[in-house]
Ligand binder design. Structure first.
Ligand code: ZN
Length: 140
């Protein structure tokens, strides 16, 4: 059966479903760009395909959804009440994978920064983004 969307539209939709170019990520990108920082996106050659790669600053940034990445002590993350076992195992696996990814990138000499979805809520957004820039520039 023929796809109802053309190729370009389909890949755009699939991208959205996979969580690429999610709103939090766009926020971070715009802020970095507006502050004169240049970067590449989703570098598949690096462990975990980091969302943002600032080669000049030897820094990669992950923008993590609080649920999928199991953010601890977080206002957004709540374990679902049904299928608890399943979600627990799944999120635990994600967290372990994140840890391995960070370990590997750090071993390769990258400065690894993580921005959490909840840190981009309107009230705390600016503070988070300014701190991020500090962390990018200071480790350089
Ligand atoms: Zn969170």
């Amino acid at each position: 059966m023929a796809d109802i969307f053309d190729k370009q539209k389909r890949s755009k939709i699939m991208g959205l479903i996979r969580g690429r170019n999610t709103k939090p990520e766009i926020l971070v990108r715009k802020f970095l760009f507006a502050n004169g920082l240049r970067f590449r996106l989703h570098n598949k050659n690096l462990a975990g395909s980091p969302d943002i790669v600032l080669k000049k600053f030897n820094t990669v940034v992950f923008i993590n959804g609080c649920f999928w990445h199991g953010h601890q002590d977080c206002s957004i993350f709540k374990m679902p009440k049904t299928n608890k076992k399943f979600w627990n195992a799944k999120i635990q696996r994600n967290k372990e994978r994140d840890k391995r990814t960070i370990d590997q990138l750090e071993a390769e000499g990258w400065n690894v920064l993580t921005v959490w979805e909840c840190q981009l809520k309107t009230k705390v957004r600016l503070e988070t983004l300014e701190k991020l820039i500090d962390n990018i520039l200071n480790k350089y």
